[in-house]
Ligand binder design. Structure first.
Ligand code: HPA
Length: 273
């Protein structure tokens, strides 16, 4: 069986001749948060299906392409659409694009997602800057034999999200008058949303937002010594004693609203890195 490093090399060899410059920043655009794509000065976009060892995107709201270009003059690579564990992919598949980004030279990864807000101070379409995370997915992308070329066996996670990037994001949001929160993110597998008892438990565990992504990508990025910034858009309010049934169409509408904020905030962060 082909090892992970060989698979990464295959993908890089495929992408290399197609790109003009190596990206410095990687962006993962979450569900309904595609607005930012329009601001990328695109060189080329490449369908996931064509990239060696990339899984295929299945969720409708996900375009499924890797976009290379510049944002405010900085070379970036953006994932339009991500792979979710609930779609049936393995943790290694979910995080494979992060490995490829790293191999292409990306040192800073900006991860976005739509999330449920459990902190009672949070409002719909708020942006939460992720400060810390809880992995409740019951699996780990680093499980199995460790290849020391990719990272250490027991990576440190005392600062999974870079403090300097958190500060910068806060500062830029303040300048742009975008309301932000700072908090902890817990990842579950989904695809069902949580029960009241589950929201109560997750809140008591110390999480402010819950979602079905980001944590695996953040773990791999840390393994690969990348700096991570995580931004959640609060798409539904998850107060266990006042819970209303969610409609996915509503979640997507709020995600679009938050996505507009991210489309202003992220270029500003990148310009000031
Ligand atoms: N739970 C889990 N994932 C989510 C939620 C939620 O309430 N909202 C958006 N993604």
């Amino acid at each position: 069986m082909q090892g992970l490093v060989e698979k990464i090399n295959d993908a890089v060899e495929f992408l290399n001749p197609q790109i003009n410059q190596y990206p410095q920043i990687g962006l993962i655009l979450g569900t309904g948060l595609g607005d930012l794509s329009q601001q990328i000065n695109q060189d080329i976009s490449i369908n996931y299906e064509t990239i060696p060892h990339f899984p295929h995107s299945t969720v409708e709201s996900h375009a499924g392409q890797l976009v290379f270009g510049t944002l405010n003059g900085t070379p970036i690579v953006a994932m339009e659409g991500r792979f979710h564990y609930y779609e049936g992919y393995s943790m290694k598949e979910v995080t494979f694009p992060v490995r490829v980004m790293k191999a292409l030279g990306v040192e800073t990864l900006i991860i976005t997602n739509a999330a449920g807000g459990m902190n009672p101070n949070y409002q719909l379409a708020d942006i939460m800057i992720i400060e810390d995370q809880i992995n409740l997915m019951g699996d780990n992308p680093l499980r199995g034999i460790n290849d020391d070329r990719l990272g250490v066996r027991f990576p440190d996670m005392s600062e999974p999200y870079d403090q300097r990037l958190i500060g910068l994001a806060e500062e830029m949001a303040l300048e742009l008058k975008i309301r932000t929160q700072i908090g902890s993110f817990v990842a579950v597998t989904g695809p069902n949303l949580e029960t009241r008892a589950e929201y109560r438990m997750l809140r008591q565990m110390g999480a402010d937002c819950v979602g079905m992504s980001t944590v695996p990508e953040c773990i791999v990025a840390n393994h690969a010594s990348m700096k991570v910034l995580g931004l959640s858009v609060v798409t539904d309010i998850c107060l266990p004693d006042a819970l209303e049934p969610v409609e996915i169409s509503k979640i997507l509408k709020v995600a679009a609203e938050g996505g507009q904020k991210l489309a202003r905030l992220i270029p500003q962060i990148i310009a000031n890195l």
